[in-house]
Design a binder for this molecule. Structure first.
Ligand code: ACO
Length: 454
């Protein structure tokens, strides 16, 4: 099959959020720390009525409804998540409830986990299946979903929650470019979840930022090398100067907005470092003083950071800021953060502006695993359908319920206390949920979870 990629998408966010300005004053930090310093405006969260299974049930059922396919049309279903409620039973098997009526039990794929990277691992698995000899002509579906919550303290404002479901198949409007995928993986303890009794991670915030930026450097360097190779092989010299201008849009895994802006600036720094000295003045006027700078010395170099943030501001506004819409209003959605960025970008402008574009994607998961790849957007009916099916997102974000920081904090305590309790009857108000949302009805004495839909 050719032109394999994303055919349909659906995004689910929690119906409740806490305002970051209110959270600043509730937490007693300086005004602007979360809103300006981190670049976050609102943070979505779930009560004890939602867990990873219910989020995925909602996202999958909505994707099937919105694309008009049947459950029998799905031959592979992959779930990427780091929100673990069971060490053995996968979310995928829970989702098989939705297939019962169709009689389709012939569905490959299972869960994949590594911090925020699981969604991308699930995504590349789905692409591989469609491109393989095992493909039987049906669609693959990728579900990336998480509930991202942190213990009280400086990481708490970088939480979030959400789910993105994607329909993968041939002749797609969002084609994943072949031969242009670069990966960087290495061992690090920057963010991990060793305490299986807790929903909270152990985080070394500063190390996680350094790991993220170094992974970006490595993926981008390798992506550029592969892009040069592909253009040499095809005799296409338009890609000769591979760099930030090869992308019409650049989307990143988004723990918080400020890190994403720094990441775009970091890619420009990478371009700068690989530019011959004699061309610096012409291409990077005012940045000559940084000639000879080494990437590995600059993760926390204020002068370099500020200069490249200033220099890349125009590029950021054009290529990256539109992708931060959902992230700013919902927070870090972990495995689906990058794909939420794609949804944000797709609904940010008229479809004719997006047709023909190349979109760069950078996925990062702590621990660490990272990949850069690119999407070629093909204009036409399928693209129109995909983008118009996502227009609901604006009003969805608007219609959420604001909850005070105090109540949010109490709800987090309820989750903390009851995480992995059996039997358990959730207390969260079902009336707060959006229509057609799956929710956790009950956990019985054998830890079996049952769900219902509002
Ligand atoms: N007005 C404006 N800016 C402010 C203010 C203020 N009143 N106060 C602080 N700031 C700025 C700081 O200068 C800083 O800017 P900088 O990043 O450019 O240096 C920024 O706000 C954050 O302030 P810090 O003091 O650095 O914040 P802190 O150390 O308390 O926490 C952190 C930030 C480390 C990101 C924390 O929230 C965290 O650990 N989050 C989880 C880990 C994470 O998201 N890592 C990212 C990659 S891995 C992943 O996706 C999980």
């Amino acid at each position: 099959p050719s032109d394999v990629g994303i055919v349909g998408m659906y995004l689910v966010v929690p119906s409740t959020y806490v305002d970051q300005t209110e959270l600043e004053s509730f937490d007693g930090v300086s005004t602007g720390k979360y809103t300006v310093g981190l670049g976050q405006l609102k943070m979505g969260f779930c009560t004890d009525r939602e867990d990873i299974n219910s989020l995925c049930l909602t996202a999958l059922s909505r994707l099937v409804d919105s694309t008009g396919i049947s459950y029998a049309d799905i031959g592979r279903l992959e779930v990427g998540t780091e929100t673990i409620v069971d060490k053995s039973k996968s979310v995928k098997t829970v989702l098989m409830q939705l297939f019962e009526e169709s009689g389709n039990f012939d569905v490959e794929g299972i869960d994949t986990t590594n911090a925020c990277y699981g969604g991308t691992a699930a995504f590349t698995n789905a692409l591989s299946w469609v491109e393989s000899s095992a493909w039987d002509g049906r669609y693959a579906v990728v579900l990336a979903a998480d509930i991202a919550i942190y213990a009280k303290g400086n990481a708490r404002p970088t939480g979030g929650a959400g789910a993105v479901a994607m329909l993968i198949g041939p002749n797609a409007p969002l084609v994943i470019e072949r031969g242009l995928r670069s990966t960087f993986m290495r061992h690090a303890y920057d963010f991990y979840k060793p305490d299986l009794a807790s929903e909270y991670p152990v985080v070394d915030g500063k190390l996680s930022i350094k790991c993220y930026l170094s992974a970006l450097d490595e993926c981008y360097r390798l992506y550029c090398a592969k892009a040069r190779l592909v253009s040499n092989l095809t005799g296409d010299d338009s890609n000769d100067a591979v760099g930030i201008n090869s992308f019409d849009a650049m989307i990143f895994h988004a723990p918080y907005g400020k890190l994403v802006q720094k990441s775009l600036a970091r890619m420009v720094l990478n371009d700068f470092v690989s530019t011959p000295d004699e061309r610096i003045v012409e291409i990077y006027p005012g940045l000559e003083k940084f000639i000879g700078v080494r990437l590995e010395d600059t993760y926390f170099d204020r002068a370099v950071e500020k200069s490249f943030l200033d220099f890349s501001l125009g590029l950021y506004k054009k290529k990256t800021e539109p992708s931060l819409l959902i992230s700013r209003l919902v927070g870090n959605m972990y495995t689906c953060s990058l794909y939420g960025g794609l949804v944000s970008y797709l609904i940010s402008k008229p479809v004719e502006d997006i047709a023909g574009q190349r979109i760069g994607m950078f996925s990062y998961g702590s621990g660490l695993a990272s990949t850069m790849f690119s999407i070629k957007v093909v204009g036409g009916d399928k693209l129109n359908q995909l983008t118009s099916s996502l227009r609901y997102v604006h009003s969805l974000l608007e219609s959420r319920k604001k909850v005070s920081p105090l109540e949010f904090s109490q709800i987090m305590e309820i989750r903390e206390k009851n995480h992995h309790r059996a039997s358990y009857s959730p207390v969260g108000d079902i009336g707060w949920l959006f229509p057609n949302t799956w929710y956790l009805k009950e956990v019985d004495e054998s830890y079996r979870r049952t769900y219902d839909i509002v």
